[in-house]
Design a protein around this ligand. Sequence first.
Ligand code: BMP
Length: 226
Amino acid sequence: MGKVIVALDPPEGVNPLDWVKQRYTSLKDLAEGFKVGLPLTLRVGLGKLNEVFRDYDGLLIADLKLADIGDIMVNVLEGLSKTKVNGVIAHAFVGYEDGVGKLALKSKELGIKLITVVSMSHKGSLEFMDKHLNELVELSIKAGVWGVVAPATRPDVVKRVRALAGDKLKILTPGVGFQGAPPGVGICAGADYEIVGRAITSAADPIKAFHDIVLKQEEAIKECVS
Ligand code: BMP
């Protein structure tokens, strides 16, 4: 239902394990997948987190925004391969040689979907990353990554990524809801998924919030394809 990947980032002041269990249980049959990042992993630990998702067969992305030399990123990936994680996010800006290239080879060997960041949803992305957008996308295509992250907050960037990548890459767009982008804007610009966090996870009723987002997404998609 919908094209929503839920970002699970617990706020301060909650029990992060209870928090994630509740949201996972409520949303596991609705979402296209989940994205877990450092805020959750550092507080709960990878072992406990893995237990929460032990019966999950959907997309489970570890958003570690890896940005290291290839050998070290490969080490991290090997550790993740012993868990339910089946997708990982890395930065493209570290470069191909002994960087993303090496990581991409290992990700294929381990069957983990590699997703590189080519542009971000905050304004700082304009300072460096967006100036190299074409190169970051080309590098990602050369490495044969599964997908890239590009911002729903700047749909023009998503359109450029889609134009450069054709159907070679999935595009995942964060920034919907809390950061101001309306549901559907990323998909209409050419993305495959919208990543939504707080607009769903901080709501009093996350299931209702999920359905509201999907409804708005579907309405926007109807408009933009007609
Ligand atoms: P929210 O919908 O609550 O703003 O969460 C967005 C999620 O997407 C967060 O987990 C954040 O780390 C991630 N994200 C982002 O917001 N912008 C980017 O450019 C890349 C991201 O991974």
